[in-house]
Design a protein around this ligand. Structure first.
Ligand SMILES: NC(=O)c1ccc[n+]([C@@H]2O[C@H](COP(=O)([O-])OP(=O)(O)OC[C@H]3O[C@@H](n4cnc5c(N)ncnc54)[C@H](OP(=O)(O)O)[C@@H]3O)[C@@H](O)[C@H]2O)c1
Length: 283
């Protein structure tokens, strides 16, 4: 397949390039060549690359930054998706796009399924939900993949932040009242490949298996990286006074993905070991 990946230098985009590049004709573009908030850019680039599948891994992902710059956040995460969907519809292309557990309010108390009603708590979640609606309204063929708590070799992420902090601190305070499913970009990229190659369409939840709090995630990172001497203290989210409110319990059910592909995602702690090994940080 001829595949165009937008945001190919980002965390997920770079692993999609590696995974899909091994068996497909893949072109990657990022913000220096396309601003997805520009309708003209999207039309021109999609016409120029003439792909069969457009994967949009480009987004404004700074959750607290979105509270400060709602306009930019909406332009990229909502209008950007509309621009890609419209440019792709003219050519009847498949559009693959990513959304987030942050479209939910975290009050369900059980894993969210694809048909659950979204109710975002923050601007980032609002913008991603608007993007979902544009995709569903304007893309003739689409795959909408909601994921969560991503980490990977490219860019900033929680695993890197925790390990970097241990070079200057011997005690870390980490929130213990948000529960979710950490997801390795490499595993998500493999799941995306399965869905595309299987000809699937519609909404899918895809995360690594199991759940934990950020505190439990931090403890496991330090344990696997051989930094057990660092003390981690559980704290409540309100102690951080961050601009964006996060859902307290945003676990996604991946049952639909498993039934469609016949494959289950790896447990999050096994995926974490794989990542640390790839980064040369597993002890
Ligand atoms: N990260 C998470 O924890 C998480 C969780 C759930 C869902 N998701 C979703 O998963 C997808 C991939 O996320 P990610 O973490 O891999 O993102 P990322 O690392 O922030 O990468 C996004 C890429 O898009 C580029 N970009 C930003 N604005 C753009 C624009 N206007 N036009 C073109 N490119 C632009 C970025 O460039 P710059 O770096 O120069 O801005 C970056 O290269 C996103 O849809 C995100 O919402 C992420």
């Amino acid at each position: 397949m001829k595949i165009l990946i937008l945001g190919h230098r980002g965390m997920l985009g770079s692993d999609l390039m590696l995974r899909l590049g091994a068996s497909h004709e893949v072109t990657g573009k990022d913000v220096d060549e396309i601003d997805i908030a520009s309708e003209d850019d999207c039309r021109r680039l999609i016409a120029q690359c003439s792909p069969e599948v457009v994967i949009n891994a480009a987004a404004y992902t700074d959750v607290d930054g979105c509270e400060r710059d709602r306009e930019r956040c909406m332009a990229v995460n909502a209008l950007g998706v509309k621009n890609i969907a419209l440019a792709s519809r003219e050519r009847a292309l498949m559009v693959v796009h990513f959304s987030t557990d942050y479209v939910f309010d975290g009050r369900k108390g059980a894993p969210y399924v694809e048909t659950d009603q979204p109710a975002p708590l923050n601007v980032y979640g609002d913008s991603k939900l608007e993007g979902e609606r544009f995709l569903q309204a304007f893309a003739e063929k689409h795959l909408l993949i909601r994921t969560a708590w991503l980490y990977g070799p490219q860019g900033k992420n929680f695993v890197k932040a925790i390990l970097e902090k241990t070079s200057v601190l011997d005690t870390l305070d980490v929130v213990d009242d948000q529960i979710g499913s950490p997801t390795y970009s490499w595993d998500l990229a493999a799941a995306v490949q399965l869905l595309i190659e299987g000809g699937h369409a519609g909404v899918f939840h895809v995360t690594n298996r199991g759940r934990c709090s950020w505190y439990e995630f931090a403890v496991r990172i330090l344990q696997y990286a051989g930094k057990g001497e660092v003390t981690v203290r559980p704290i409540r989210s309100d102690a951080l006074s961050r601009p964006a409110v996060r859902p307290a319990w945003s676990v996604l059910s991946c049952r639909k993905f498993a039934e469609a592909t016949g494959r289950s995602m790896k447990f999050w702690h096994i995926a974490l070991r794989d990542y640390l090994e790839r980064m040369g940080q597993l002890k």
